[in-house]
Structures are given as structure tokens and as C-alpha cells.
Design a protein around this ligand. Structure first.
Ligand SMILES: Cc1cc2nc3c(=O)[nH]c(=O)nc-3n(C[C@H](O)[C@H](O)[C@H](O)COP(=O)(O)OP(=O)(O)OC[C@H]3O[C@@H](n4cnc5c(N)ncnc54)[C@H](O)[C@@H]3O)c2cc1C
Length: 488
């Protein structure tokens, strides 16, 4: 350290010490004892203490306000890891928690309790600010976001300003405009959906047990239909089958032989993204369990009691779960007026740095990013998965830190490259499939070993220590005592 720097530090140390003592005497500081420590310690003590007193969040944030819309895989990963020394972080999301979607199907049948698969956003307060609200629209020129509170008795409108915006609002389930789906089908996107499914399964069994129900009505009530033969539909069917055969069979022995389960898909095969041999294995296992697979089948309409199948008439059902396809949500639809969208998937189109592209000139908008299911990179098609959303969020976090360190310059930011880590799917009765054929490893595994891998991978990926304790605890409880069948 040179002499001038030493002199500066000594000088400032004395001055800061005097200033701190004065501020403390004026009751402006919260530091209990002020010692002559290092220059850096003085600076950080003063700054953090003043911030605490005044509730300020932006002191020293060179990059200003970073607003993150959404608290799903993409938004939550970013808000959790972003360097708040550079950015004043504001999160806007209608739900104040993150949902660990790979274990949502387990929670919908009670293998896990709902609490095990959520993480509260507020855990990261006061490092970040949070508003429970929907973002309705974004004014890119004025750098403002118009929001509506999402609280029971409060639907207030308010506007917030941003310097940098990250859109991570995910996508909605696609009903493809099929009449009745929105009214009568259940979805599996959020914890509230999982709760509805669990209640409905139990309700179907209770309805079928009522004294005045006719024999003809029972098979319809106990027909569980799933539309969508992708990983979500297959995993849910597998979990539901476990629940019915392991728990409901014991509690409703007279009804169990009347239960049917069907997976419908308009595509010619289920699990289209998996290796052919694994697909065949899943079909064999499902068929053996008695789960019917109806591929190449179009559901034309849905009413309160029936699915209307093209060329096949009406099929009664007790519960219908719709697990097929995604479409844009209202915010990304509204942004489509001035941002280029991928026409087929209806996602916001971005460059390799996740910057959205303006409709005016096709150029990237420098301070507006889109990641996760609501966005796709131009000429770089990636699936709408948690894996992609997570990697995009990690990359964006690095880019934003780089920009902050380089004083706002974009020069050293690297383009995104996806690393495919393979796919996994649970197929029931403690069996799963792991497909790494799309990676460099070229491996695939199925059966119980794959199930152990499936469970341990997701267990490792859970975020909080609380859930790392709760999840294995519920797995063990379910193993010993079965799933809870109370309906409330
Ligand atoms: C049951 C299920 C199982 C899955 N299993 C896997 C799996 O095993 N592996 C895998 O890779 N992928 C899996 N996926 C897919 C994965 O969950 C999604 O790809 C991932 O959630 C996308 O992350 P996201 O952050 O873009 O969107 P989401 O996680 O959907 O989050 C969107 C967020 O935006 C919020 N939001 C919505 N509208 C607004 C608005 N207007 N303003 C502000 N906030 C808004 C929402 O409340 C939510 O917090 C699964 C999906 C489901 C449904």
C-alpha cells in the first residue's frame, strides 16, 4: 500500500470516527459501540446502519432498480442469487412462494405434504422488496410497470419504475380453445391445483360410496382421465395409480375393481421426448398396471360428466386432469404489441443474452430480459422445462453481475449456451426412467435404480434446509402409514 493511500485512510478514519460519534449522539445510528477499526469496516458499518435506520434499499446500488416479474423457477433462482450490492431488487409476483414443480404431482396425491414443495419469497427480505401483485403491462419507453395487487380484498392498481427488467412470468396451461376444458378440467400448475386434485379424488370415492348412487353411475365416477402424455401427465398418472392401489384400495375395497384410469393424447405416442426403448418400457408398465393409453385421440369437448372424443362419442369421468401444452399469459400477450414473439409457442423472442427484441426495429431492448417458459431464444429452440429456466436464470445472474462490475457495459457479457442434463420421469411403483441419451453420457436407466436416482436428484435440488428435512420425513411417513385421505 503506498504512502498517499495510507495517509488518506488515516485521515478518513479519524473523520469517520468523529462523524459516527456525532451521528450516534443524534440517534441516527444503530451501532451500539463505535471502535476505531479498519477504514473498510467503518464504511460498511456506517452504510448498513444508516440503511437499517431509514429502511433504505438503494444506497450504493450502482445499477439502480432491478424488477423481477415472477417467482417461479426462473424468477426465484434469480432473486435468490442476485448480488444485491449492485441492484435494488424488487419482485412482483401474484404468489408469494416458489413451487418445486417436479414434486407437485407427489403432493397432489399426498405422497408429500403441500408445504414440502414450496419456498417463501419473503425469506429473502429485506434484501429484496416484494409486492404480491400481477404485472399487467410494461411501458418500455417510460420504464414503468403497471400492476394490480393480488390480495383477497385488495385489487389496487399501482405503477413501479425500473432500470432493468426481467420478465419471468411463465406460461399458462393451453386448453386449445376446446369447449368446457376451462370450466370442468383440473390443471396441475400450482399448489392450489394440487389441493383441488387431492380433494376431488377423495370426493369421487366418497360419491361412489353414497347409498343412493346407482350401479351405472359408479364406473363413471371412478374413471380418472388425464389428457396429455408428456412427462407431467405420465408422472401424475403414475402417482395417482400409486395412491389408488396403495391407499384407496385398502379403504374402499368394494370399489377398487371399478376404478379405471386413462391417459389421452392426440400425438401418436406418449413421452415423445424420451428414447424409444424407454418409451416402450413405460407403455408396458402402464398397460400392466391397467392404465389405458389412448394415443392419436382427440378430445373435442368436455362437459360436467363426459369427455367428447372425436369418432368415439362420450366417455364419463369422475376427474379430468388437463396436462397438455402451454400458451402465453396475459402479460406476455400484452407485451406482444411491441415485442417480437415466437409465433408458434407464443413466447417472447430474445437474443442469446435474453434481451427481448423490439417490434419497431427487431433490435434487442438493452435493459429488458425475458427468461423461463415465457421466452424463447431466436433460432435456438429449447424445451419449456425447469432445467432450462434454471440455467437461464443462473446465466442472467452472472451477466448482470458482469454488467455491474464493468460499470454498466455489456461488452464482456457472454451468450447463453444450454447444457442438457437429460430427462427423468417417475412411472409408478418405485420405478422411474432416466434418459441421458441427448447428453454426452449417452446413458439410460429404468426401474428401481432409476427411481432412486430420480428421488435423490430432486432431493438434492430442493432449496431450504426445512424442505430437505421435511421431504424425506414425509417419504418415510407415507411408506409406513400411507397417504392421508382426509378431505378439507
Ligand atoms: C407438474 C409439473 C411438473 C414438472 N416437472 C418438471 C421436471 O421434472 N423437470 C423440468 O425440467 N421441468 C418440469 N416442469 C416444467 C417446469 O416447472 C417449468 O418449465 C418451469 O416452472 C418454468 O419456470 P418459469 O419460472 O418460467 O415459470 P413458472 O415456474 O411457471 O413461474 C411463473 C411465475 O410467474 C408468476 N406470474 C404469472 N403471471 C404473472 C404476472 N402477470 N406478473 C408477475 N408474475 C406473474 C407466477 O405466479 C409464477 O410465480 C414441470 C411442470 C409442471 C407443471
Amino acid at each position: 500500500m503506498n504512502k498517499t493511500r495510507l495517509f488518506q485512510q488515516k485521515f478518513f478514519r479519524t473523520k469517520y470516527h468523529e462523524a459516527l460519534l456525532t451521528m450516534q449522539s443524534m440517534n441516527l445510528l444503530t451501532i451500539p459501540t463505535i471502535k476505531k477499526t479498519s477504514y473498510d469496516a467503518f464504511i460498511s458499518q456506517t452504510a448498513s446502519s444508516i440503511m437499517l435506520r431509514r429502511g433504505m434499499t438503494s444506497l450504493g446500488k450502482t445499477q439502480g432498480k432491478l424488477v423481477i416479474l415472477g417467482s417461479g423457477w426462473a424468477g426465484f433462482k434469480l432473486l435468490k442469487d442476485i448480488d444485491t450490492r449492485h441492484y435494488e431488487v424488487i419482485v412482483v409476483s401474484p404468489r408469494n412462494y416458489f413451487v418445486f414443480t417436479p414434486l407437485l404431482a407427489s403432493s397432489s396425491v399426498g405422497t408429500l405434504e403441500f408445504r414440502c414443495v414450496v419456498e417463501p419469497v419473503r425469506r429473502y427480505s429485506p434484501k429484496i422488496q416484494y409486492y404480491q401483485a400481477y404485472a399487467d403491462s410494461v411501458d418500455i419507453k417510460k420504464q414503468t410497470i403497471h400492476c394490480t395487487s393480488n390480495l383477497n380484498n385488495k385489487k389496487d392498481k399501482f405503477t413501479i419504475q425500473y432500470d432493468t427488467l426481467v420478465v419471468a412470468v411463465g406460461a399458462n396451461s393451453n386448453t386449445f380453445g376446446i369447449p368446457g376444458v376451462g370450466d370442468y378440467a383440473l390443471f396441475l400448475k400450482d399448489i392450489s391445483d394440487a389441493r383441488k386434485i387431492r380433494q376431488r379424488v377423495i370426493e369421487c370415492f366418497e360419491l361412489a360410496s353414497q347409498p343412493n348412487v346407482t350401479k351405472e353411475e359408479i364406473p363413471g365416477l371412478l374413471h380418472f382421465a388425464v389428457v396429455g402424455g408428456g412427462p407431467t401427465g405420465v408422472e401424475f398418472s403414475a402417482e395417482l395409480h400409486d395412491f389408488i392401489t396403495q391407499d384407496m384400495a385398502r379403504l374402499y375395497p368394494d370399489l377398487i375393481n371399478l376404478v379405471t384410469m386413462t391417459v389421452y393424447d392426440v400425438a401418436p405416442q406418449i413421452l415423445g421426448s424420451f428414447d424409444q426403448s424407454l418409451r416402450d418400457y413405460a407403455i408396458k408398465k402402464f398397460t400392466r398396471k391397467g392404465i389405458q393409453i389412448r394415443t392419436g385421440t382427440l378430445v373435442e369437448a368436455v362437459n360436467e360428466r363426459h369427455l367428447v372424443i372425436k369418432d368415439n362419442g362420450n366417455v364419463s369421468y369422475g376427474m379430468l386432469v388437463w396436462a397438455t401444452g402451454l400458451t402465453d399469459n396475459p402479460l406476455t400477450r400484452a407485451m406482444g404489441e411491441y415485442i417480437i414473439k415466437d409465433q408458434s409457442a407464443k413466447r417472447l423472442l430474445t437474443d442469446n443474452y435474453f434481451r427481448v427484441l423490439s417490434k419497431d426495429d427487431g433490435m434487442p431492448v438493452n435493459n429488458v430480459y425475458a427468461i423461463g417458459d415465457c421466452a424463447s431464444i431466436k433460432d435456438y429452440d429449447l424445451p419449456a422445462t425447469a432445467q432450462v429456466a434454471n440455467q437461464k436464470a443462473m446465466h442472467l445472474r452472472k451477466s448482470l453481475t458482469r454488467i455491474a462490475k464493468d460499470g454498466g457495459s455489456f461488452e464482456n457479457v457472454k451468450p447463453f449456451k444450454f447444457t442438457n442434463l437429460g430427462s427423468m420421469v417417475y412411472i409408478g411403483e418405485q420405478k422411474a426412467m432416466v434418459d441421458l441419451t441427448s447428453t454426452n453420457v449417452k446413458a439410460k436407466e429404468r426401474g428401481t435404480l432409476a427411481w432412486i436416482f430420480w428421488r435423490s436428484s430432486y432431493f438434492t435440488m430442493t432449496i431450504s434446509l426445512r424442505n430437505k428435512i421435511l421431504i424425506p420425513m414425509y417419504w418415510i411417513l407415507t411408506w409406513f402409514f400411507g397417504r392421508d385421505v382426509s378431505k378439507f
